[in-house]
Design a protein around this ligand. Structure first.
Ligand SMILES: C[S@@+](CC[C@H](N)C(=O)[O-])C[C@H]1O[C@@H](n2cnc3c(N)ncnc32)[C@H](O)[C@@H]1O
Length: 255
């Protein structure tokens, strides 16, 4: 720009028109352009966050790792503000194009990709719900319902308060449990209580959900061992600036 004697643009750090992100790893670089100003992670439905919500892209990563597909049964037994289920419902409603509205509003995106057509298709709510959320805290369930309403997916998800340790499988033979249980760093429960809770949770899953897949986001790796299951695969990541991982298990019966 200096060579061409173009006036240098100002830099707006908070809400910029274009954000350029350069990532490098060894001899590889990627350059990403964001045309939306706002972070596409902020889909705008989160009115209240609950205690320790997962961010939307992390919820999407959990769904990808779990191999959940539109129409599959999905249960989050510790759903908090409902992010994982709301993200799954948005994928179902918008046929996978979850960033369609925010990108469609970007004049820069349309200038760069004039021929790109966003799918206008919106799936109707299913006749029978396949997305289920539970939480021991009724206030979390109230927040989850409000967030789902705000996201326009309240007809996709069944929310109910309940203790994971009393969870019965009334959902069917095969499905996905995808969840982010408390793990101590952000929600202050004594670690001994959590160890016992993870152990009991593992028993419930093995008794009630054999044949299902379980995907857990956790930052306290010792707790995961208490589930008493063999890790099938995992994805390391940072969550709330701490080391965490998304772990996949194939649930087998306890006997
Ligand atoms: C880390 S938060 C989940 C956050 C959630 N993924 C979100 O996006 O908001 C863990 C949740 O587990 C819930 N919880 C703790 N013990 C539970 C239990 N025994 N049964 C069901 N839910 C429980 C808490 O109330 C809390 O909302």
């Amino acid at each position: 720009m200096r060579e061409r004697k173009v006036k240098l643009p100002g830099i707006e750090k908070k809400v910029s028109d274009i954000t350029v992100v350069l990532r490098s790893f060894l001899d590889k670089f990627s350059i990403e352009l964001s045309f939306t100003g706002e972070s596409i992670a902020r889909r705008g439905y989160r009115l209240e966050a609950g205690l320790a919500p997962v961010r939307e892209p992390i919820a999407q990563a959990m769904l990808a790792v779990s191999d959940w597909k539109i129409g599959d049964t999905l249960v989050d037994p510790m759903c908090g503000s409902g992010t994982i289920l709301i993200e799954a419902a948005l994928v179902s409603k918008l046929n996978g194009e979850i960033n369609r509205y925010i990108l469609d509003e970007s004049p820069i995106f349309h200038k760069l990709f004039p021929d790109y057509e966003f799918s206008k298709a919106v799936s109707p709510p299913p006749e029978k719900k396949t997305l289920f959320g539970f939480d021991i805290d009724p206030e979390a369930i109230r927040i989850a319902k409000e967030n789902a309403y705000e996201a326009g997916v309240e007809d996709w998800i069944h929310f109910e308060s309940g203790d994971v340790l009393n969870l019965k499988n009334t959902f069917g033979e095969a499905g996905h449990l995808v969840t982010n249980p408390p793990y101590g760093e952000r929600i202050g429960k004594p670690i001994e209580n959590l160890r016992e809770m993870y152990f009991q949770m593992g028993r419930v899953f093995k008794n009630e959900f054999p044949g299902w897949k379980l995907t857990v986001l956790c930052g306290e790796f010792a707790l995961l061992g208490k589930l008493g299951m063999k890790e099938h695969s995992h994805l390391p990541l940072k969550h709330a600036n701490l080391k965490a991982k998304i772990v996949n298990y194939q649930i087998r019966s306890a006997t």
